[in-house]
Design a protein around this ligand. Structure first.
Ligand code: DHB
Ligand code: FE
Length: 281
């Protein structure tokens, strides 16, 4: 039987990729943030997952405003990275786990989620930066992936409640998967940030702490806010928290233990956070 080893949640700010490329991890500005990833690296080295189911949002690389699926599930053999405009060095491609992708897709459609299925899919900084943080020395990515993209870009946006339900449906599908892989669930983006307009640089520490406090023990608490409430509370890109909420849903209803938590203000315009939740023994 496959095992879900837990969830790894992190911000995906492109500036992190630039800092890695420029060798700045030990600089005073960056060190407290990168040090927050050391427990994640140790956890993954210990648990050795084979597959990652990654909830994230595309930022105009694979999808643009002309065609924007609310929920899209990758079913590709390979996911190539490319530069969507931040000038980041292109990272290695990811191997897909196609059989698991199709199992998730079948199960989600059966559960009445009208997803978009992507047999070709490019992945942007929202996928590669969290992997660069998790596996800093990897010459190839040690896990296969199933990427699940949630629209956080073009309104109307899916509600936190719907994203939690999507994640729970993914968790149900993982529980019925016949393989014997070790699976890590990832949620990327957030926490509070806004990149444009009069509120550029907006950060809401209270809301971020509320999310970090409740995500594990009481994820439904995060669904009391509508998508527009979250934009108000967390900034227009802080809505990326829905990727975390979906990933949390995939961890199921059993008790979770918090293995590590880090909150660092700011990285670029973002309140950067990292969290690992593991099923209680
Ligand atoms: C920033 C944060 C993001 O989540 C993103 O996708 C792009 C930029 C930032 O704070 O610079
Ligand atoms: Fe983002």
């Amino acid at each position: 039987m496959a095992t879900v080893i837990g969830g790894y949640f992190t911000s995906h700010v492109p500036g992190i990729g630039h800092a890695i490329a420029r060798g700045l991890k030990q600089d005073a500005y960056w060190k407290p943030f990168f040090d927050g990833l050391l427990p994640v690296q140790r956890w993954l080295a210990d648990k050795k997952p084979d597959v990652a189911v990654v909830f994230y949002n595309d930022h105009g690389l694979n999808f643009f405003l002309d065609k924007m699926p609310t929920f899209a599930v990758g079913a590709a053999a390979t996911y190539r990275n490319a530069d969507e405009g931040w000038g980041l060095p292109v990272q290695n491609s990811f191997d897909g786990h196609q059989a698991l992708s199709w199992h998730l897709i079948e199960s989600l459609v059966n559960d009445e989620f009208d997803i978009t299925t992507c047999q070709e899919m490019l992945v942007d900084h929202a996928v590669v930066v969290p992997f660069q943080l998790a596996y800093p020395d990897a010459s190839h990515w040690p896990v296969k992936i199933v990427p699940i993209a949630i629209n956080t870009v073009q309104h109307p946006l899916p509600s936190a409640k719907r994203c939690l339900a999507l994640g729970r449906a993914v968790g149900k599908a993982l529980a019925s998967w016949g393989g014997d892989e070790k699976i890590v669930v990832m949620g990327t983006g957030g926490l509070s940030h806004q990149l444009e307009g009069g509120r550029a640089g907006f950060i809401n520490k209270d809301y971020d702490q509320f999310c970090l406090d409740h995500l594990g023990p009481d994820p439904d608490a995060l669904t009391k806010h509508s998508a527009l409430d979250i934009v108000e509370l967390a900034g227009s890109q802080g809505i990326e928290i829905v990727n975390w909420i979906a990933a949390r849903g995939a961890l199921g209803s059993g008790a979770l233990v918090q293995k590590t938590r880090n909150y660092h203000i700011p990285i670029s315009n973002t309140a950067a956070a990292t969290l690992v939740l593991e099923p209680a023994a």
